[in-house]
Each structure stands twice: as C-alpha cells, then as structure tokens.
Design a protein around this ligand. Structure first.
Ligand code: FAD
Length: 684
C-alpha cells in the first residue's frame, strides 16, 4: 500500500489536443467540476492539422472565439483542379468554390492546430479556473462496475503520475533547413513508436512519493490521440485497415512560378503522383504528397522507415509533380510524414462512464482536412450531455446517444476518406478506355460531393430520445438502444411545417431583427453554447387573430405548473437555467411590440426588468438586408414550435397546437426537479 492523496472530480479528461480541449470548454461553460491532464509539458506550437470546416467555425462562434479564428486564418475560396493534358503537361482543368455557397455564414479556412489550441486555452481562462495540467499521465484505471448506474457515484478510479519537465518534453529529431532548426511532427506521428511506455518507465525508476495521486471520477474521457492509453485500459480497439499510403507534409513559404499557389489545388501529374496545395496564413503553403507505398519505402515491412523521408525528399516529389513549373523554398516552418490507417472504434464508451473521442476512436487520411474537425465535434456532441447528467437535469440514458450519433459519423468519414484517397492518389486516366486510371471527371464530381460532407453541415443525427423523427431507434447497428421506451411519450416531428429546419441537422441561420431595438442578428448568434435547450416558437403573422390566439395558448401552456419549463427547471434557480424560450414572428416589426407576446417570451425580473432578447421579427433591416427566415426555411404561415439541443441540432418540429408533445419530448429524458423554493417565476 502507498500513501497517496485522493480526490473526487466529476469529469477527468485525458489529453489536451483539440478533442480534450473542446470537452474542457463545455465543462467550463456549464460550470462542471473537471480536470484535464496531458502527458506533454507544452502545447504544440505549429504544424499539425490546419483546415477548419464551416461547421467548426459556427461552433467556435458559439463558444465565443470564432471571430479570432476568422480574422487570423487564411480563407480558402476556390479550388483549382490541375490535370495532365494529352501531351502529359499539367493544366488547370477546372475551378470550383471551396465551400458550397449559401450553406453557412462561414467558409472553410486554415489555421494551424497550435493557434486553435491557444484559443481554447484563452477561452478556458476567461470563463473558469480550469487549466491543463501538463506533464501528467494516468497509470492505472479501474471501474467499479457495480456502481456505474448509481448516478451520483464516482465509479472510475484513475491513478495519475506527475512527470518531471524533462520527461514531459517530446524529443525532436534534429532537422535543419538552411541552418535553422525546424520543428517536426514526428513525435506525434504514427511512424514513430509511441513513447508513453518509455515515459512511464523513466518515472518508475525515479518514483517519488509525492508524484502520484488517485482521482475518483464520475466520468472519464480518453481524448489521448491515436495511440490512446485509455482505449487500451478499457479494452476497446479500432477496426479497419492500415493502408500502405505514406504522406509527406511540408509547410513552406514557396518560391514558385506556379500561378495558383494561393488557391487550394489538387494537382494530378501524368506519372509522378499527385499533390494537394493548401494556402495558409503568413504566406505559408502546405503541400500534401503521397510519397509511395510501404513496400517500396519500408522494404517489405508494414511500418515504413521514416529515416528515408526528409523535407528534401518531399520537395523533390513536389517538383516532379508540378513540373514544368518550378517550386522551392528558403523558409521551412514544419514538416512531417505519416502512414494512414483507416480505422474506427468498435465502441465509443464502456458503461457510459469512460468515453473515447477524436483520434482515439477514428483515424484516416488528412487530405480532406477532417481529423481535427471531427475530433472536436465528437466532444462538442458529448460535453453538454455529460454536463446535463452531472447537474441532475437529464437521466443517464441520453449518454448512449453519443455513440449512436458519433460512431456513424466516424464510419461515414472513413468511407469518404477511402473513396477520396483512391481518387486522389490514383494515376489520371489517359482516355476513356484507360480503366485503371482515375477519371478526372469522376474526381471532380467526388470533390464537389465531398465538399458538402467535408463542410460538416451535412451531419444528420438519427432518431433517438433527443431527435424526434421517424426511424428505427432501437437498432443503431451497434447494440445501442436510444429509443423512447414509453409509447405514450413518443413524439414525431412534422417536418412539413418547416422543411428547411431539418430534424437531426444543425439549425440553419439567416438574419432576424430584435423586436425591441431593431438590431439584426444571425439566428445562430442567439444560440451560444452554454448548455441550455431552446424552444423556438414561430407564430407566423400575429396580426392575424387566429395566429395571435394560438400564440396565447402556447404561452399559457408553457407557463402552466405542469409544463416542461416548471417541471425541469430547478426551483430557486434562474428562469433560463435549462430552457430559453424564443419567438420569431413575421408581422411587420413596427406594427407590434413585445407586449403583444405572452410573458414567457419576455421574462420579468424584479431587479432587471423585462428580458428584451427573446422576441425577433422576420423583417427587413436598415443596413443588413432581409433574412426572410420563413421563406428561406419553408416555415408554414400556420406557425410551428421548434426544439433545439444545446449543441444547436434540431430535435423537433411540430404544430403550435401540440404543446403536449413538447412536454412529452422532455419528459423522456429529463428529471423532474424538486422545487425547494418557489417554481421559477414566469413573469407578468
Ligand atoms: P491529439 O491531437 O493527438 O491529442 C491527443 C493529446 O493527448 C496530446 O496532447 C497528447 O500529448 C495527449 N496524450 C496522449 N497520450 C496521453 C497519455 N497517455 N496521457 C496523457 N496525455 C496523453 N488533421 C487534419 O485535419 N489536417 C492535417 O493536416 C493533419 N495533419 C496531421 C499530421 C500528423 C503528424 C498527425 C499525427 C495528425 C494529423 N492530423 C491532421 C490529424 C489531427 O491532428 C488529429 O485528427 C487531431 O489532432 C485529433 O485530435 P485529438 O484531440 O483527438 O488528438
């Protein structure tokens, strides 16, 4: 036995890469007692992942730092496709928009992972005292299985070891370019043996009594990357293949006569392979090149010999592909090489107590710029759910939807990546008879189609207790049952009332005007990530007496003592603690006031007066156009009620008359709150 300090925590996060930091940010925003540890002594500074999808920018915006990324990043607007002509010389064959116009208020941008991690850290500092504890590794993890369904218990015990600074610093290989030391990403690459075991061995030798501690956690997240130690401890594994594609990545300031170097380009040469050009911030350009297969480089072994790959080898490859154009550099910012496995976890959690996210549960090629995005979106999906369970607002049953929702995304991603890799890496067809070559027409079509997937906007979560749409909820293909058990509580949306607000997808956005002060807002800006559910009533034109009457009925139902609002909001807490109630109407803004709306939409507080931030008009603004929300999203003039999850995904669309369905929806997974004091005051 040993005498080590013991403590309890609600959520322990292992790994402070993009997935872990997203989780930590949710915990901070929702006021959850959490810790985040990372084996590294420092964050990464440059290189690594760089592409940000428009959905990721929407998420960053909801977390409060989207504008920083938008300003600092390089915006990618156009993709140029270069192919060999009949003489085998590369020519620009086509141009397509990088982000499909109209799908989001943001477009795809690039900024390196180090900056993105920095924004997360700044945001954490700004809203909590949660800090990444660096140089800390877990060494033991046990789960008290008899206690996993006991809501308040801390059934996961983790022993943590604190490393010395030397132990926690990754060893850099001594690459030098023009006499300058260059950071590389090899210590994180899968071409290098993982050093966790080595780090542990060193610390065992010098083990000091005060360098270990025991943490009892309610929930643990393994966001510890592709080699995931947590995954190994809980006995989960990745399934799929380790492909023989090896990729070289070079971040340089190029000196070149290639005319499209500031565009995103896919260049297929006749015989020398292909390169993806990604224009970056600070005049940097990233070149992704498929070098060769393992057999050739690794002499028959399955792991490649990375000592044969250098920035020079990658550059020479690029020069062959891009000839007759010339390309070289004086400044090299970062480089790496890695072999791609296309794998996905069989399960994403055990007992819904220990979860895996990010590279720990899916790995694939970097070309479509998905890794970091999908990893962050995993924990963006999970964070609010765990917070809601820890706070006693939701039952543990919602935690199953993490796997049912995210595993399918990971599988889609791997499938997309397989197809895209083959098309990208193959030799272009010489003509229509060249069956082994890749048709450039097919490539362009795949690219265009892939762009919708790659934007992150296409994500469409399946039916479950938190997504009220038709579909078989009991069989998710992986044994996860996320169905509504009580048939009386099963509600199904009526999508025809708002065809463009698709149940299962994220809430789309156009501008609406604040009823009280006429300021235009993008609707998504009204949905910051703070853990709250939103119930949005679209009453249509409230100058029409039948619509006004229906709105009055909705107000009465929401205000009644047996409504979801009363039953699931903790007594004595803030009126808005769990739900925010919005109205977006289509009467001319100047013809109504907030007092034409029931009091539930303009909550009154003795000290702060009325809430002016919940009623909006779908009307023309003075300076920023007319969003036409009803028209754009096909919202019926009969009106409707929409329920949005805390991560902005649409849970339900139904008629204004059916307020009982709204109650039933929440009743399936929310826990009635004991009203210690008075029920939350609804207002005047
Ligand atoms: P990671 O970013 O890997 O973070 C895991 C964290 O956990 C690290 O900070 C690590 O130090 C820590 N950790 C690991 N083990 C332990 C342990 N036992 N105890 C404590 N802490 C631990 N994606 C793209 O979209 N575009 C790209 O260009 C691109 N390039 C890449 C280049 C390389 C070399 C690699 C390896 C990946 C690249 N990716 C790219 C993928 C992208 O970086 C990942 O998808 C993304 O970083 C995944 O985030 P994550 O948080 O899941 O894992």
């Amino acid at each position: 036995t040993y005498d080590v300090p013991e403590s309890n925590v609600d959520v322990l996060i292992v790994g402070a890469g993009p997935a872990g930091l997203m989780m930590a940010t949710w915990m901070a925003k929702c006021g959850i007692n959490a810790r985040i540890v990372d084996k590294r002594g420092t964050k990464i500074f440059n290189g690594q992942a760089d592409g940000l999808q428009c959905r990721t920018l929407e998420i960053f915006d909801s977390l409060g730092f989207g504008h920083r990324v938008w300003r600092e990043s390089n915006h990618m607007l156009e993709i140029c496709l270069w192919n060999p002509d009949e003489k085998g010389i590369i020519r620009r064959g086509d141009r397509i928009p990088d982000t499909i116009p109209g799908i989001s208020r943001f477009q795809q941008v690039v900024l390196h992972q180090g900056r993105i991690e920095r924004y997360f850290l700044d945001e954490l500092k700004g809203c909590s005292d949660l800090e990444v504890e660096r140089g800390v590794v877990p060494v033991e993890l046990t789960i008290d299985v008899s206690n996993v369904e006991n809501v308040g218990a801390c059934p996961v015990t983790v022993k943590l070891r604190h490393l010395s600074e030397e132990e926690a610093t990754p060893k850099q290989s001594a690459t030098s370019a023009n006499g300058q030391a260059v950071q590389d990403g090899l210590f994180r690459s899968n071409l290098t043996a993982d050093d966790t075991a080595e780090l542990l061995k060193v610390t065992q030798l010098s083990s000091k009594a005060d360098t270990e501690e025991i943490v009892h956690a309610k929930y643990v997240l393994g966001a510890d990357g592709a080699h995931s130690w947590v995954r190994g401890q809980i006995g989960l594994r990745l399934e799929g293949d380790s492909t023989d594609y090896i990729w070289g990545v070079l971040d340089i300031v190029p000196i070149t006569d290639f005319p499209d170097i500031r565009m995103r380009c896919a260049i297929h040469s006749a015989n020398a392979g292909s390169v993806m050009v990604i224009p970056r911030e600070n005049k940097l350009v990233r070149l992704y090149i498929q070098l060769t297969t393992t057999e050739k480089i690794g002499e028959g072994g399955s792991k490649a010999d990375r000592s044969k790959i250098s920035p020079q080898v990658i550059l020479e490859s690029a020069q062959r592909i891009m000839a007759p154009y010339k390309i070289t550099y004086r400044k090299l910012d970062w480089w790496t090489a890695y072999q791609i496995g296309q794998r996905v976890g069989t399960k994403f959690s055990v007992h819904e107590r220990v979860f895996l996210a990010g590279d720990a549960v899916h790995t694939h090629s970097p070309k479509a710029g998905q890794g970091m995005n999908v990893s962050m979106q995993d924990t963006f999906n999970l964070g609010w759910k765990i917070a809601s369970v820890v706070k006693g607002i939701s039952s543990r049953s919602i935690l199953k939807t993490y796997q049912s929702e995210r595993r399918r995304i990971a599988q889609d991603l791997i499938e997309f990546d397989r197809k895209f890799s083959r098309l990208f890496s193959g030799r272009p067809a010489k003509d229509v008879m060249d069956a082994e070559g890749i048709s450039m027409d097919e490539f362009k079509k795949a690219f265009e189609k892939g762009n919708m997937f790659a934007s992150g906007i296409a994500v469409d979560y399946g039916a479950s207790m938190i997504v009220a749409k038709r579909g078989d909820t009991s069989d998710q293909g992986d044994g996860t049952d996320v169905s509504v058990k009580d048939p009386k509580l099963r509600v199904v949306s009526d999508q025809s009332l708002a065809a463009g607000i698709e149940v299962g997808k994220r809430m789309p956005s156009v501008k609406v005007l604040n009823q009280s002060d006429a300021r235009p807002w993008h609707f998504q800006e009204l949905l910051p990530s703070n853990g709250r559910w939103r119930v949005v009533v679209f009453p249509g034109d409230i100058l029409k007496s039948d619509q006004k009457k229906k709105l009055g009925e909705v107000g009465k139902a929401f205000e009644s003592a047996d409504s979801f609002l009363h039953r699931f909001t903790p007594g004595g807490g803030a009126f808005n603690e769990v739900f925010e109630i919005f109205a977006v109407h289509m009467a001319p803004r100047q013809s109504v006031t907030i007092f034409d709306f029931p009091s539930v939409f303009r909550h009154y507080d003795e000290v702060d007066g009325y809430d002016y931030s919940k009623i909006y008009a779908d009307d023309a603004s003075y300076h920023e156009g007319f969003g036409k929300m009803y028209e754009t999203f096909g919202i019926s003039d009969k009106g409707c009620i929409v329920i949005l999850r805390p991560d902005q995904y649409v849970s339900y669309v139904g008629p204004m008359e059916d307020t009982a369905a709204v109650n039933s929806f929440f009743e399936t997974f929310m826990l009635p709150q004991s009203h210690r004091n008075e029920p939350p005051a609804v207002g005047r």
